[in-house]
Design a protein around this ligand. Structure first.
Ligand code: SF4
Length: 336
């Protein structure tokens, strides 16, 4: 029998009200996450990719309970944590942490970084200050800094070093699950690779289960076991890394892949240029959310029926939300 996933979400939805007028009444709803089913296995890294505003960060924040889901369920290690509060939330917080995109804004500029890292330990009952100091030193060394850096302030570090401090802060409680929310997007390209490699090393050393959120497929390629592509609050496609990069099914994944720069300018490539902008999550299109931009949309089907996340014809582990590419609609799709 296969081991149960560490994190399992079912039909997860997050809506935000939009208010307006003198009385600040609700005038619309932002459908940030529109029904996501996804499991993350123990020790696995899942890359979650999509354009800005597709709901990926909202999803990550719900998983660590920084945001309350509107509906659906989140099961963590066999326990339904969708709406846990108060005392029940504390042990969960120790096991599930988040790394933010901008470590500078998540660190208090007037607090020495050692104290920022130790904060979580204090909150979770490590009352002995020597023990806290020892664990902070160990953690700083683990992320490639030095113990004496604990006495410095955030502005004394470079962007890459600050993200290392962000990693130390998230990992000091020895969590099982970490959401890394665009952890390298604010860094220079040269530093990105260092932080990614470090995260990969730490993931395997500490046997972490990781959800790595990014807006670019190139960033998650080397770190992910599986990759999920998100579009307007729904999962468009999910499969193992190799299948996704070699044999993408969803037209949106193809477009994202074709946008990754390749180092050899003479190598031919088929670029898929997407038409139009990402539609508003306040008023998403009918049927398949991607149909207004999809080069192979079928009129009368894609604009009417919502495609469900289905297995492909060739692999039970390769799922896509597409009437055409999952074989539920047979037509002369010459592009595949
Ligand atoms: Fe394109 Fe239709 Fe597939 Fe949506 S369901 S991705 S519109 S072909």
């Amino acid at each position: 029998m296969s081991e149960r996933p560490l994190v399992q979400m079912s039909n997860l939805v997050k809506e935000f009200p939009v208010t307006g007028g003198i009385f600040q009444r609700q005038i619309a709803t932002v459908n940030a996450v529109a029904g996501v089913d996804l499991s993350i296995n123990r020790g696995e890294t899942v890359g979650l990719v999509g354009e800005s505003g597709c709901g990926k960060s909202t999803l990550g924040r719900m998983l660590v309970r920084l945001l309350e889901p509107t509906s659906g369920t989140i099961v963590f290690d066999g326990e339904d944590i969708t709406h846990i509060k108060g005392k029940k939330l504390k042990p969960f917080r120790r096991r599930a942490q988040i790394i933010f995109q901008d470590p500078y804004s998540s660190l208090d500029p007037r607090t020495q970084v050692g104290n920022s890292i130790a904060e979580g330990l204090k909150l979770h009952g490590v009352s002995n200050s020597d023990e806290r100091q020892e664990r902070v030193t160990k953690m700083l060394e683990l992320v490639g800094l030095e113990g004496h850096h604990a006495g410095r302030f955030p502005h004394e570090f470079s962007g890459g070093q600050r993200q290392r401090i962000g990693l130390a802060r998230a990992l000091v409680l020895e969590p099982d699950f970490v959401v890394a929310d665009e952890p390298v997007s604010a860094l220079d390209v040269s530093v990105q690779a260092q932080v990614l490699n470090l995260l990969k090393e730490l993931q395997s050393e500490l046997n972490l289960t990781l959800l790595f959120v990014a807006h670019n497929l190139a960033v998650v390629e080397h770190i992910s076991d599986r990759v999920a592509v998100m579009y307007l609050g729904r999962i468009a496609e999910i499969t193992d890394r190799e299948s996704l990069y070699r044999n993408p099914l969803h037209p949106y994944t193809e477009a994202l892949l074709s946008a990754i720069p390749i180092p050899d300018p003479d190598r031919p490539r088929n670029r898929t240029i997407l038409q139009g902008e990402v539609p508003s999550p306040i008023d998403p299109p009918s049927g398949c959310f991607f149909h207004p931009r999809c080069p192979i949309a079928v009129k009368g089907l894609c604009d009417v029926e919502v495609p469900s996340l289905q297995q492909s014809e060739t692999s039970a582990d390769h799922l896509a939300s597409c009437h055409v590419r999952t074989g539920s609609y047979k037509h002369q799709d010459s592009s595949k």
